[in-house]
Every structure is written in C-alpha cells, then in structure tokens.
Design a protein around this ligand. Structure first.
Ligand SMILES: *Cc1c(COP(=O)(O)O)cnc(C)c1O
Length: 434
C-alpha cells in the first residue's frame, strides 16, 4: 500500500479491505461481467494528473478517464463542492428542482452561446444525452413524412440502443440487431454523399466535430458549415455530439466555437462533471426546445443536485483558472513535439484531444509487421514506464489528459515516447519472432 494515503483513502480501504493488484484482478474476473476485458491496473488513488495503483506505483494520467477528469483527480474545489452539496441535499427526483440544476442550465446556455429560447435536458452520461437527442430527432417528423436519421461512418455516439443505432462500428452493432431503424451512415467527410442522403425525409444529421473513438479524426475544413447549409435547406436538425470534444477539451468551450455554425442541439457529458457522471442535451432556439413536450422524456437521476453542483464547480474552475488558453498552448506544445519525432507519422486533433499514428522504432515502419498491434504494445510499455495512454486503433495513440496538465508533465511523456515505441516493438518481436 502507498504510504502517503489520505484519510479519505484510508476510510475507503477499511471498507473494502486491503489486497494486492493481482488479488483484486482475480476477484474482478470472478465477479464482474467480461465486457471490458481484463482491466490494465487496479487504481486506488489520484491527485492532480497522477494516479496510484494498488501496489503503490504512480502513473501520469494522459487519458483522464477518457476525457472525463477535466481538472485531474481529487480537485480540491470540485471535491469540496460535491461534499457540501451531498451533505446538504443529494437527490430529489425530477418532481422537484434545485438551485444547482437551474444555475447549471443557465451556465450551459451561456457557454454554448445558445440563442434566446434555448433549453437544457440533463442526463447521467453521453449515451443518455444522445438518447435524448435521438428522441428529439424523431419528433422532427413532419406528420410522418420524415423517418430518416443520418450519421457518419466512424461515428461513436454511445452504447444504449438508440445511440448504438447512430454508432457506425459493426462489431458494436451487429450482436444487438435489430436496432432502432431509419439510421443511414454516409462516408466520412464526403459532402456529395451527405448532399445525396439528406433530403425532405431526413429528421436529423448527427456529427462529432472530431471523431474521438475513431482515432481523433477531425471533420474536413468547411464540412461542418456545409452540413449546416444542407440540413437547414432540407429541414433536418443538425445535432452535434460534443460529449468528448466539449467543455474545454479542444481549447474552447465547444469544438464548434469559431466555426460560425449554430447547431440545433449539442450533446455533452464526459468532462462536464469533472469526473462526476452527468450528461446534457442543449437544444437551440424555441422551436427545437419544444420538440419534446411534458411527459415525452425523463430520468430519475438526471440533473440531480450533486451532479449539477460538480459541473458548476468544474465550469467555474475552467473559467477562473483561464484553462481554455492553457489547453490551447499545452496542446500546441504537444502537437509540435510529436511532429518532430520520427516515430510519429501523423498528428491530429486540437487542444488536449490528441491522436497520433506510429511508425516503427526510430521511424522504421518495416520493424513491425503491418498487422501487429503496435499501439496496444505502446500502451503496455507506457504503463510499465508510469504513463496512461490509450490506443483507439492498432497504430494510433490517443491523449486526453486533464486540462490542467503542465508542459513539464507532458514533456516527461514526450521524452519517453521513442523508448516506449522501441520497447513495444521488441515486445511484439518476442511474442511473434517471425
Ligand atoms: C464517450 C462518448 C459517448 C458516450 O458517452 P458515455 O458516457 O460513455 O455513454 C458518446 N459520444 C461521444 C462522441 C463519445 O466520445
């Protein structure tokens, strides 16, 4: 056990009992459903951009719980606001409201530059925010004339059945057929294909400004604005999924900021609660905001006092600490450093949502087999060296660290990366000497 345990960590350890990482993993596989495979480590504590595992090893967290821990771990202000709210009023159901719920809705309307008459629906996750968006889209029905929803190849919108219908990946979809119908996927970035598909029968188009799960792939320049023109002309809603890209991740509140595009709805989650589960759908303007009427949608936990207090504390901190500018400058530093490395063939993304593709060690693409999972091996080498990163594809690494990451912290990883690629290639060779 780590000797620098906090009183809070000690209290929880007493509740669950002490054990080693290996023992926890054995108990995990005997008690938890196998949908996530074997967890990489058993984590017991976090502070800022670092986490510690059950055996006391420290890691620099460059994934932030997949773009969730916007302010790192155990942020003092977020922690104290959550504790205060929980000690005051924790849950009330949506028969009632609470000051934090109203204040957060107002704050979201402000930071998304939503026009007068815009509204917010609160949920507990990204997939739930998109379920609400899916139902919103279905209400744009024109008396049965419209039945089609368009999404993009490569899209990830979540795992519940509606959001899954919007998600493109076959391996996620096919085991659960039939999914809610009427969803068509068009080739990514192809405006002609979009023009051909979006018509007077289309209810909505769903877009991610940067496809995170697909490997941090931004929409091509000009695509979003043209998609707005096409959807407006057809009377279809433009629904932007900012679950991963929103709340400062790309250096602005939303990734679409500065594009001049006003969407019909935006879904948010991941970073919104600073690590506490919360999702939201913002509907733009009075007409879109009236599509779902009383009784047509709901949730028990959504928008509860604790989650909305956590989000208020997170947004307040991002604002008061000037973190949007910080994200831009640290993000530019990381991208520039990656571009100088021979091991890296392409760098994508914006701010602190970074994806990069790997050549082999020292830039030697022939050093690893084409079908080898180099990025997966880099993830393992990084863990051994004390870094948490993620591989959304066999050649792609994704970084989505806390927005408070410093240049010095980033540099420790950037300096280690060539060695990690080398170690990964060596590990692959040992596994498959051919
Ligand atoms: C993660 C993600 C979701 C799903 O969010 P959950 O909270 O896991 O349900 C939806 N859309 C995008 C773009 C995401 O990155």
């Amino acid at each position: 056990m780590s000797t620098s345990q906090t009183p809070e960590a000690r209290q929880v350890a007493e509740l669950v009992g002490a054990s080693t990482g290996e023992a926890w993993l054995a108990r995990y596989s005997d008690s938890l459903m196998g949908v996530f495979g074997t967890p990489q480590r058993v984590l017991v504590r976090g502070q800022g951009c670092y986490v510690w595992d059950a055996d006391g090893k420290q890691y620099l967290d460059l994934l932030g719980g997949i773009a969730v821990n916007a302010l790192g771990h155990a942020h003092p202000f977020v922690t104290s606001v959550i504790s205060s709210q929980l000690a005051t009023l924790g849950h009330v159901s949506n028969f009632f409201t609470s000051p934090t719920q109203v204040a957060l809705a107002e704050k979201l309307l402000e930071i998304t530059h939503a026009p007068a008459g815009s509204k917010v629906f609160f949920a507990n996750s990204g997939t739930e925010a998109n379920e609400a968006a899916f139902k919103l889209a279905r209400r744009n029905g024109d008396g049965g004339r419209r039945t089609k929803i368009v999404a993009l190849e490569g899209a990830f919108h979540g795992r519940t059945m509606g959001a899954l219908a919007l998600t493109a990946k076959k391996a996620y979809r096919e085991p659960f057929a039939p999914l809610p119908g009427g969803v068509v996927h068009v080739p990514f970035g192809d405006l002609d294909a979009l023009r051909a598909e979006v018509d007077e029968t289309t209810q909505a188009l769903f877009l991610e400004p940067i496809q995170g799960e697909a490997g941090v792939v931004p929409l091509p320049e000009g695509y979003l604005a043209e998609a707005r023109r096409i959807t407006r002309e057809a009377g279809a809603l433009l629904i932007v999924d900012e679950v991963q890209t929103g709340i400062g991740r790309t250096g602005s509140w939303l990734a679409i900021d500065g594009s001049g595009v006003v969407p019909d709805a935006v879904s948010l989650a991941k970073g919104l609660g600073g690590g506490f589960p919360i999702g939201a759908l913002v509907t733009f303007g009075p007409e879109n905001s009236a599509l779902l009427s009383a009784g047509q949608h709901g949730t028990t936990f959504g928008g509860n006092p604790v989650a909305t207090a956590a989000a208020l504390a997170t947004l307040h901190t991002i604002e008061s600490q000037g973190l949007l500018g910080h994200v831009r400058s640290v993000g530019e530093h990381i991208a520039a450093a990656l571009e100088r490395l021979p091991e890296v063939t392409e760098v994508r993304g914006r701010g602190l949502l970074v994806g990069f593709d790997l050549a082999g060690p020292g830039g030697d693409a022939t050093a690893v087999a084409d079908d080898a999972n180099l990025a997966g091996a880099v993830v393992n080498a990084a863990l051994s060296a004390g870094f948490i990163v993620n591989a959304p594809g066999p050649r792609t690494i994704r970084l989505a660290p806390p927005l408070i990451l410093t240049v010095e912290q980033a540099d420790t990883f950037l300096a280690a990366l060539p060695g990690l690629v080398e170690a990964a290639a060596a590990a692959l060779k040992q596994k498959d000497p051919s």
